[in-house]
Structure formats: C-alpha cells, structure tokens
Design a binder for this molecule. Sequence first.
Ligand code: FES
Ligand code: MG
Length: 589
Amino acid sequence: MSTSPTKLRSRAWFDNPDNIDMTALYLERYLNFGLSLEELRSGKPIIGIAQTGSDLSPCNRHHLVLAERVREGIRDMGGIALEFPVHPIQETGKRPTAGLDRNLAYLGLVETIYGYPLDGVVLTIGCDKTMPACVMAAATVNIPAIALSVGPMLNGWHKGERTGSGTIVWKARQLLAAGEIDDAEFIRLVASSAPSTGYCNTMGTATTMNSLCEALGLSLPGSAAIPAPYRDRQEVAWRTGKRIVEMVAEDLKPSDILTRDAFHNAIKVNSAIGGSTNAPIHLAAIARHVGVDLPLKDWETEGHKVPLLVNLQPAGEYLGEDYYRAGGVPAVVNQLMEQGLIAEDAMTVNGRTIGDNCRGKPIEDDKVIYPFERPLKEEAGFLVLSGNLFDAAVMKTSVIGPEFRERYLCNPDDPDAFEGPAVVFDGPEDYHHRIDDPSLGITPATLLFMRGAGPIGYPGAAEVVNMRPPAYLITEGIHALPCIGDGRQSGTSGSPSILNASPEAAAMGGLALLKTGDRVRVDLGKATVDVLIPEAELAERRAALAAAGGYRFPASQTPWQEIQRATVGQMNTGAILEGAEKYQRIAQT
Ligand code: FES
Ligand code: MG
C-alpha cells in the first residue's frame, strides 16, 4: 500500500497540535471508545460504513450482519472501520411516503460524511430509496465511496408458482376484489412472496436501483444480484471492505465514476432489465448532485429503443435468485456491449472499466436473460411525454400487452393514439373511497387520473398512480385501465401508466385544471397527452383556480414535510432540494 498518511482527509481532525479543542475531541471520544492512540497515530485510512439497516428498515436489515464482513475487509487491508447509522427509509412502512425520506437521509448523510474524519465510505444499499439517498450524498461530498447491495430476497413460492414481492400484492388485490380469494388466502399469498431477508425479489425499484448502481460502476461487478442470504453475498461484503481501502489510496472518487457515459450506460441497462419508472427520478437526482447534465429526454433518446432482455416479474416470469443464476448485471451489460450500446471506458470502483469487467460474461440461463437477438420485447425503454396537462411524464411501454393495445390503440388510421373520458381523483384516499362507486360511470374506455400525489401535494410523491379498475370491471375481465398522474408508481406494478407528471397539480401544473368528463388524447407516436378543450377555457380555469387559492392539498404534519415542500423540485429534475445542488465536491473545497 502506498497510502501517504499526510494525504488522508482524516488527518485534519487529528494532526492538529495547535487546536486544543480538536485534540480534546480526539482524546476523549475517538480514543476512549474503541480506538487506541496507536491506531489513530498510525496514519491508517478511516472508512465509514453508512448503515441503512435497522429493525425499522427490514429490507436492509441484513446489512447489520454484512457490516461485520465489511469491517474485516477494511481491517485486512489496513484500514480503520467506523460504522454509523443512516436515517431509515423503508418503502413499505413509512407514512405518508418513503419518498419524503430520500432527501432527508441525503441531508443527514452529507453532514455525517463531511463533518467526521472519514477518508472513504461504504454505502449499504437495498430498499428502493436507500441507493439514491446514499449515492446522492456520496456525490455531493465526493470522497471515495463504494456501494454494497444487501441483495434480493429468495424467490417466493405459492402452490408451485413463483410469487414476487409487491407484484403479487397487485394480483392478490384483484383476486380479492373479484371475490376469488378470502382474506386469509390474501395474506398467505402476499406473505409467500417475502420468504427471507433482503429487498423485493421482483424487478421493482430496489432490484432496479441496485442493478443500476452496478451499471454506474459504483459497486463491485457481479455483486448487485446476489441474493441476500447467499454465501457469495458475505464474500462480496468482505471484498467491498477491502476495496474501499485501496480506493482511498488511489483517490478514486464518485466524480471519477459518475460521468455522463456512466449514466447513459445505466439508462440502457434499465431498459434491458425492465427497470422501474422511479429510476429516472433518482438518476436525475444523483446526476445533479455530481454535476452531470442528464435531461429527462435522455431516457427516451438513449433508452427507448433498447429491448427487454430480463424476464423478471412484473414484466416477465422469474425472480431475483433466477436473475443471479442467469448472470446478473454483467451478462446484461455484455449483451448490450456486443451491440455497441455501452460506453466501455466508463470507470468503476474496482479500478477497471465496465468494458473490462463485463466483456464476454455469458448468459447462464436464456429463459431468464434473453440474448439481444431474441429479446422478450422490443423498445422496452421509456417514452417521455408532454402536452397541455404537464411538461414531462414517463411511460414504460414494455408493460403494454397485446390485449391492451387491441382495446385502446388499434385505430387503423392512427394506431398509436387513443382518446377517452377522464375520471379524476385527488390523492389516494379519494381514489380508495370512490373507485367502486358506479355513479362515476367508469367503462373500459375511461382514462383514470391521479393528482395531488407529487413531491409537494403528497409530500415525497406517493406510489399511487397505478390504480386498479372498479371491481365490476375486473369481474368482466378488465384488469387494467390507462392511468395518468403526478405521483409515482411502484416498480413492482405492471400497470400501463403515464406517471411522474411534472409540474404536479400542487405546483399548478395542467393536471390541476382537469375535470372528470373532459376528453383526453394520448398519442404514443407523438409522445403527447392533451386535454381536448380550448386554450381559452384552460386559461379561464387556471385563473379561477388561482383566485380560489390554488390547488388544495393536505397540510404538513411534521416540520420536515414543511421544509421539503418549500424547497423540493419536480420529479423531471430529480425532486432534489433546490439549492442543495450548489454544494458539490465539498470534501475538496
Ligand atoms: Fe423494501 Fe421492496 S419494500 S425493497
Ligand atoms: Mg416502491
């Protein structure tokens, strides 16, 4: 190791003989609790382990175990490990939304990494927003950082069929609404999908963000897909600990890895894996904090034409264990690389390029990862839509099945366009109260709208745009209606939705002006969504709404909700705290 102690950032806290306060801090705290004077004087790099696991965040809880192996790796390479907690973000447990906590965890982690004597940091990622929160913070501070995924749960099984976490909930809800199962069976079905420690085993937001973290080059190659309880997961935790010590010596920082090429690689991988519609929000946030220009339109230009290769639920059949056995991220990257779709020179945490890491990595099971020449679906990326209801929204076209296309899109003159009357809901509570009300007159031709669900309206943005049809339509065999809204959608849902609409109704975007009964036209060929009423009437509605005090949304319940609402941007630009972006690479300043 060629580490020069004088170059270590942590030395500023300790090698400071003139500063009495600092010396006291070091003697009384760092010395008395767990570290000897000898260790502190040795000039060893100090590595933080940002711990996202806890009893409140069960998806990441296995990191409490993995951190022991990370520590051993750090020690084996001559480093000192200091583990510390990150504000918990549990997707399924947090009210009103886990989205609210991403920026809060980010803020806390920036303060921690910046304010303590850390030379490098291991980011423990897993459940949906833990990856972006951690990576956003590492990007802002910009000290050497490496991510360790907790890994997906084992496959879920019920009566001989794979049950995927999250995805089975949407299906079970439909079965319950149609009276095909009772409450007890509903619980059994849902519980079967989460059989072990780890994050959701479907291609939801967690598998997506952990895969994209590897595609960005921020975790060790081949590590994202290893199931949480596997032996290999323990081993990669140890290797991650070893590697971060080397990264400090090499001064390999997030800004060296998170380049525009790396983001474009991640966008292409997202299409090929059938990744979540939450990915554009989180990648935009990371890009802004590291100072990379990544407009939402890049998702369409870079990603839309890339085919779907990974056959995981909700778009496909299989689950996390199968994905790992089939080759995981390196096998997917290699398929894209053979087509010239990957910027091979992008640097990764192991000090090698993504090209060197993934070249020639085979598909081990072509029922789970399809070869590029024979994909599951063509054009699996997102469309970025706009019109008079919003400036930007995304749609995952790969979830549109042939039956759905037939019902809506097969107008011989214009096969990509469809129109229908809108039924508008103001937030998830309104939807849950009224969806089965026959007086709404919802038919198979209706377009469902959800508003008041964006970063300001339902603070953090709720995953509620995917709305099931009324029970009476489900019993008739209509399992999905087009849904459009300013909220997010769970990555585990296969609904054909147009979501993340920005600006949201609460920011007086066009959705605030829409009324139930208005006709709306969606044109997937032109990537537009428009309410078919004259410009003048829209202007009248806008003036009337403004005069009435604007679009109404529930009051904040906590101080953080109020602070976030006052400072958060819209989803098309990452929904970051506007103003935080100017604090870039602060460890160097
Ligand atoms: Fe945590 Fe799905 S709820 S990963
Ligand atoms: Mg989610």
